[in-house]
Design a protein around this ligand. Structure first.
Ligand code: UN1
Length: 486
């Protein structure tokens, strides 16, 4: 039996108004730690809602784009302050709806405000370059212009950071936005809409919808009114988004999966490497595309590293994500729980499970942190992304071998090496197949002011965040401006 809901059903934010879905349909969101508890009711939006949001964004575009950037930035400062003022509420909601441990939810809520403040600074940075002309009386320069309406399709696993790091540059460069929130974490993203509404953002500049990707996302991808789609999510959906959008000349940016390696050299600070392995593999229950999936340890220290990692797993606090001490909470829903447990079952015949592997709570979708060893590099778990608290240990002899094996997957998002050897660092940063490279820190995490994105099968299109975001959210034009002769 569902427990009583204490909050009114939520609504979409379209054209500056709070609206129910056109069909009136809703869906319930339950707490992955206590699935009998309904934590919210949300519009089950469909293509009609997406079309209304696209129309609102289209209508708002000319005046939004015409505003001086510093005026656009002023809304960001206010929205950031509104996020900071309600950060604890946002964090609690995030934890209740998708199960991220509160300690990480709190950091993510505040990170959203930092992203907005960084993006606001774009108002004072250049948007073009001046060149020497090759004829007299000419100014020759490049200029970056907004695209128009952009569609943002976002996942549940970073339910405020990812929507904000997409919408912030999109709006700052003068586009208007239709944002589709992750189905499993709508409340967190709706806080952002509320904060922009409080900031007085002009109606229609930002439109936010809840509902299924197959309905809302699909319309954004197909609708000719949408000039660009930024998508973060799974590989198969990302591929179909790319095919459909590029076929109609719509700009596409994809952030997809990862299968991120952590290399531990014999000279590494082992305690720090163990901490990084634990955090990278198990925080947020491994539900990050930057999570550590493979841990390569040099032969000489393999045994001691393994023992230390297993002690760290034994000491780790696993359970209720609302407890601020808890490091590993539930996975997002029952389907994810079943898929991860099934992948663990299959992996048992490919290698040795050292710890974990079972459901760790009768109600919550909790999986105990799980470590394998002895898997072949071609085993499923060595190659395919299992989006949960599961990682594997591999031993290696020389750095060459480790880099080659680490690179032998189709993904290339993040990678990390622990060593004191500068030569090894230079080899690694030069040769590892990853877009985000860490030296002596964990594979997950992303600063707001630098580019973020993968190589190989982990992404497509320009990278996100930092100044890199200008590539995707603007079009560059070259202007030959000859002065009149008299
Ligand atoms: C992070 O590691 O803090 O969906 C960010 C994801 C990535 C973002 C990771 N796109 O997990």
């Amino acid at each position: 039996m569902a427990e009583t809901l204490t909050r009114a059903p939520a609504r979409n934010y379209v054209g500056g108004e709070w609206r129910e879905s056109a069909s009136g349909e809703t869906y319930e969101k339950r707490n992955p730690w206590r699935p009998s508890q309904v934590v919210g009711v949300y519009p089950a939006s469909d293509a009609e809602d997406a079309r209304a949001a696209i129309e609102a964004a289209r209508a708002a575009f000319p005046s939004w784009a015409a505003l001086p950037a510093a005026q656009r930035a002023a809304f960001f400062g206010k929205a950031a302050a509104a996020i900071e003022a309600r950060a604890e509420r946002i964090a609690q909601d995030m934890t209740a709806e998708m199960g991220k441990p509160l300690r990480e939810s709190r950091l993510e809520a505040l990170r959203a405000a930092v992203i907005l403040r960084y993006a606001a600074g774009e108002a004072w940075r250049p948007i073009g370059e001046m060149y020497e002309p090759s004829v007299p009386n000419q100014r020759l320069y490049t200029l970056r212009r907004p695209l128009g309406v952009v569609g943002l399709i976002t996942p549940w696993n970073f339910p405020i950071a990812i929507p904000v790091w997409k919408l912030a540059p999109a709006l700052m460069y003068g586009n208007t936005v239709v944002l589709k929130l992750g189905y499993e974490a709508p409340r967190t993203g709706l806080h952002v809409a509320e904060c922009f509404a409080e900031a007085g953002l002009p109606a229609g500049a930002l439109n936010v919808l809840t509902g299924a990707g197959s309905k809302v996302g699909a319309e954004l991808v197909r609708n000719p009114g949408v000039r660009a789609i930024s998508f973060t999510g799974s590989v198969p959906v990302g591929r179909s988004v790319r095919e459909e959008a590029t076929a109609r000349d719509c700009r596409v940016q994809l952030e997809l999966g990862g299968h991120n390696p952590l290399l531990v050299m014999a000279d590494a600070e082992l305690d720090r490497a163990v901490e990084a392995a634990y955090a990278g593999a198990f925080w947020s229950a491994g539900q990050k595309c930057t999570a550590t999936r493979r841990i390569f340890v040099q032969d000489e220290v393999y045994e001691v590293f393994r023992e230390q990692l297993l002690s760290r797993v034994a000491a780790g606090k696993v359970g209720d994500p609302a407890d601020p001490e808890v490091e590993v909470g539930p996975v997002v829903n029952e389907g994810a729980l079943e898929d991860i447990l099934a992948a663990i079952e299959r992996a048992k015949s490919d290698g040795t499970m050292l710890v974990g592997g079972e459901r760790a709570d009768v109600d919550g979708y909790l999986i105990a942190p799980t470590v394998f060893e002895g898997l072949a590099d071609t085993a499923e778990l060595s190659c395919e992304e299992v989006f949960g608290p599961v990682t594997a240990l591999y031993s290696f002899g020389a750095l060459d071998e480790a880099i080659e094996r680490a690179n032998a997957v189709r993904f290339g998002l993040s990678a990390s090496i622990f060593t004191r050897d500068l030569h090894a660092v230079q080899r690694f940063t030069g040769e590892i197949g990853a877009g985000i490279i860490h030296v002596n820190s964990q594979t997950a995490g992303a600063d707001v002011h630098v580019p973020f994105g993968g190589v190989k099968g982990s992404g497509w299109g320009p990278h996100e965040q930092g100044r890199a975001a200008i590539e995707f959210y603007t079009e560059a034009v070259t202007v030959y401006q000859d002065a009149p002769l008299s």
